[in-house]
Design a protein around this ligand. Structure first.
Ligand code: NDP
Length: 484
């Protein structure tokens, strides 16, 4: 049974529709069938969302943090209780196997709501004592109306990762999902209302990039948090700068994963699989440049092939399937073109490489060996199930090559040498680094990129500073000293 939303948007506590908006067809990536028909937001819908959000924000911010936190924690409980239903929606939206969505999507959203719901009651400003008895206190204030714009790979998680810290701090949110995966955010909006969020606190508007662009430039918007590609990030950051708005940018990557000769082979192979093929490789932080030291290369490639032969590709709703389609026909074409490019530029295809002869957007998990730094597949983000294996000899050499990219989202190292592990982590130019594992992102830890991969951090206590600001109040305890 596929989720049929009552209407395209969710504004001011209820579903809203304007059939004049451009049509959005939601396709199930496993079959290509249309599972829902929605409309992009018209100017009237965008206006309604902005004025509803604006009206709701003052009262929401005036509640105690404990009250706001209670709503978030209730939402987390509802999500957990309905995990399977929400996971099915996520699978229909994205094509990701139900085996993944039941453990990684709604549940990760619930973690964020629970974590920031717990923090909300203890958000404070500071007291700063000055000379002569004067002092300063700071008031932590919400920013106002925040716009969240999401990518299509983790739509539920992205909506929650943005809404949870925003709402905890007393902001309200207008969330625009990717038009490829518009369904789950509507369910989240329903759940927020059920959890007691006042109308207008979490709104969803659907649309193509232009809808996001309109929201970002509206003077009523104080902050924009984008998860998307570097190209979109550039545009959104520039538009936000024009209005001096706060931003969080979670963008793309081409992250290195280094496997030294002394690594635990099985763990290194597991890390490379997780960091390249989970969610059919559509994860921003994936370690898609796998640098393998020469002494372990043959064993690594052999064990990788053996493990990949165990991948079960098929119907994402089958609980035994662990590798699904990519999210859209467009993404299939992009990834297929990169595979062709890899072959043409001389990389050695050692696994997969083909589209599956079945409906839907299925590609085999694909591994290229003997990849060199200059090849397109080693430089550009593919965002699909394609791993590049590169050889290296020394630590110095591999660190220079690992960092020779404009991206800086994530990086990983597998080694049994403790000093080297920490030295390498310290040397990585990346926001999120892993030692002897890959791609875990618990809500307690900051997540985000450096260089072109982003600005700001999601999750952890750090996210609070990206969704609030501190007002300084100077209190004089002495007479005012004026020069004349
Ligand atoms: P896009 O950059 O194409 O789109 C991201 C979102 O921005 C979509 O909702 C899109 O709408 C919207 N958008 C596009 N143009 C504008 C604009 N000018 N103004 C405002 N909004 C706009 O990314 P994808 O959806 O293709 O997602 C894949 C990318 O996301 C990859 O690069 C990946 O690395 C990155 N990503 C980063 C993550 C991170 O945490 N660092 C996590 C997940 C993905 P529409 O879809 O309608 O065009």
């Amino acid at each position: 049974m596929k989720f049929q939303p009552n209407a395209s948007h969710f504004i001011d506590g209820e579903y809203a529709e304007d059939a004049a908006g451009a049509p959005i067809e939601v396709l199930y990536p496993a079959t290509g069938e249309v599972i829902a028909r929605l409309h992009s937001a018209t100017p009237a819908v965008i206006e309604k969302a902005l004025s509803s959000a604006r009206a709701a924000q003052r009262d929401w911010a005036a509640r105690t943090g404990t009250e706001r936190g209670r709503v978030l924690r209730r939402a987390a409980d509802i999500i957990r209780a309905r995990n399977f239903e929400l996971s099915v929606i996520e699978t229909h939206d994205t094509g990701k196997p139900i085996q993944e969505t039941t453990v990684a999507d709604a549940s990760s959203g619930a973690d964020a709501l629970e974590y920031f719901g717990g923090l909300a009651g203890s958000l404070t400003g500071e007291h700063i004592q000055l000379a002569g008895g004067d002092f300063v206190y700071t008031i932590r204030e919400a920013l106002g109306v925040c716009v969240g714009i999401g990518a299509w790979n983790y739509p539920t998680q992205i909506a929650c990762w943005k809404a949870a810290p925003a709402l905890a701090c007393g902001n309200v949110m207008i969330f625009k999902p990717s038009e490829t995966t518009p369904l789950s955010a509507l369910k989240m909006a329903e759940i927020f209302v059920e959890a007691g969020a006042p109308k207008g606190v979490f709104n969803v508007v659907q649309g193509y990039g232009g809808v996001g662009a309109t929201l970002v430039t509206d003077p009523r918007v104080a902050k924009v948090s984008l998860t998307g590609s570097v190209n979109t990030g550039r545009k959104v950051y520039a538009a936000a700068a024009d209005g001096m708005k706060h931003v969080t940018m979670e963008l793309g990557g081409k992250s290195p994963l280094i496997v030294f000769d002394d690594a635990d082979l099985e763990n290194a192979v597991s890390g490379a699989i997780l960091g390249n093929f989970y969610s059919s490789g559509q994860i921003c932080s994936n370690g898609t440049r796998v640098f393998v030291q020469k002494g372990i290369k043959d064993a690594f490639l052999q064990r990788l092939s053996e493990r990949l032969a165990l991948a079960r590709i098929g119907d994402p709703m089958d609980a035994l399937v662990n590798f699904g389609p990519v999210a859209s026909a467009q993404q299939l074409e992009i990834v297929t073109n990169y595979i062709a490019r890899g072959k043409a530029e001389g990389a050695r295809l050692v696994h997969g490489g083909d589209q599956l002869d079945r409906p839907g957007y299925y590609l085999q998990p694909t591994v290229f060996a003997d990849v060199t730094d200059g090849m397109t597949i080693a430089r550009e983000e593919i965002f699909g199930p394609v791993m590049s294996v590169l050889d290296f000899e020394s630590e110095d050499e591999v660190m220079t090559r690992a960092n020779a990219t404009g991206f800086g989202l994530a990086a990983g190292v597998f080694t049994r040498d403790l000093s080297r592990a920490h030295r390498v982590a310290a040397g990585f130019e990346a926001g999120t680094c892993y030692i002897n594992t890959y791609n875990l992102s618990p809500v307690e830890a900051p997540f985000g990129g450096t260089k072109m991969s982003g600005v700001g951090r999601e999750n952890s206590k750090l996210a609070i500073s990206h969704y609030s600001e501190q007002k300084t109040v100077y209190v004089a305890m002495n007479d005012v000293q004026a020069p004349y």
